[in-house]
Design a protein around this ligand. Structure first.
Ligand code: DP6
Length: 329
């Protein structure tokens, strides 16, 4: 059977930065994210019973070709885990594509592994509950993939303390946009995985852990009340702190470029001009600007005019993954 799933990326308001248990990919602190709709991974999985072969293809700039070795080996490892969990033998043919730059701090592994997990389950004829999908997606080693199997506003681990992600509000509750100012589409030099390992060594890490419970409460409340002036300052503080921790890790990790700082400054100027725009940044140089959807066009226009900005991606909160007949191959 051949099944294709589209899974969106997500942008974290409260970040996962620091892995408490690397074997199981469990974080030091809960994170809260917004699932997107434009930045997506599309993944087609075909089960090949009676073989052991795994073929991994990757569509880039319209061309379908064998995936680069590091990408293919990540897919193969995850397929091996899924095959073991489902107890089904056989090989696979996988074809994948992203609608956005890969590995540039835009959570392509979150959408990619969420799509791969759901498409593989589908190809094996398995229906997954969201909790099980979240746990299986996380086993890929990408913690943020645990959040991408759900739509809207998502917390991981869930507030009850179980390992899966849970939706805290559906997308329709609050139409927020994420305007990404892409200052570099180059793959990042240091992986999030390595950043997670180094984070607890930063002298700022313990202070962050103490601030997290209050910040989680603030973000949950802001989502419940649809209050951007409550959400905004907290997510900016949170993102800047992640990068201070990265920069004070040993050895230091500097994801920012001059372009990052220029966009951050400009976002402040947009606020001074009356827009409700707030920045957040994942493990890369690109700046995600969160704003109410009615301000998206103005924010995108303003950011697109900056010399340091290569492109602007307009994205918004979305309902999560879906199955499609539109196969990658
Ligand atoms: C900074 O290990 O989940 O984006 O970078 O996609 O491999 P990838 O992901 P993961 O780390 C995510 C780190 C983060 C913050 C976040 O999304 O919570």
């Amino acid at each position: 059977m051949k099944v294709t799933v589209v899974a969106p990326s997500n942008i974290a308001f409260i970040k996962y930065w620091g892995t408490r248990d690397e074997e199981s990919t469990l974080p030091y602190n809960p994170s809260i994210s917004m699932t997107l709709s434009t930045c997506i991974s599309r993944c087609t999985v075909e089960h090949l019973p009676g073989t052991d072969s795994v073929e991994v293809l990757w569509r880039r700039r319209g061309e379908l070709a064998p995936a680069p070795a590091n990408f293919a080996s990540g897919v193969e490892r995850h397929l091996a885990r899924l095959r073991e969990s489902f107890g089904v033998p056989g090989g696979f043919r996988v074809a994948a594509e992203n609608s956005f730059p890969t590995a540039a701090g835009m959570a392509s592994s979150a959408s990619g592994f969420a799509a791969l997990t759901l498409a593989t389950a589908g190809a094996l004829g398995r229906e997954l509950e969201s909790a099980e999908a979240s746990i299986l997606a996380r086993r890929s080693g990408s913690g943020s993939a645990a959040r991408s199997v759900l739509g809207g506003y998502v917390e991981w681990p869930s507030q009850s303390g179980s390992e899966e992600a849970e939706q805290i509000a559906p997308a329709a509750d609050w139409p927020l946009s994420n305007v990404v100012a892409v200052v570099s589409s180059e793959p990042k030099a240091i992986s999030s995985r390595e950043g997670h390992r180094r984070a607890p060594g930063s002298p700022l890490f313990d202070g962050r852990m103490q601030a997290i419970p209050d910040r989680l409460r603030t973000v949950r409340q802001a989502i419940e009340e649809r209050n951007i002036s409550l959400l905004g300052p907290t997510i900016e503080e949170e993102a800047i702190e992640l990068h201070m921790i990265a920069m004070s890790s040993s050895p230091p990790i500097v994801y920012w470029t001059a372009g990052t700082l220029s966009v951050l400054r400009h976002v402040r100027a947009l606020r001074d001009a009356g827009l409700s725009a707030y920045a957040t940044i994942d493990a890369g140089p690109n700046v995600h600007v969160i704003c109410p959807s009615e301000e998206e066009a103005n924010v995108a226009r303003a950011l697109g005019q900056l010399d340091d900005v290569e492109t602007v991606i307009r994205d918004r909160v979305g309902p999560g993954p879906y199955v499609t007949e539109n196969h990658v191959a």
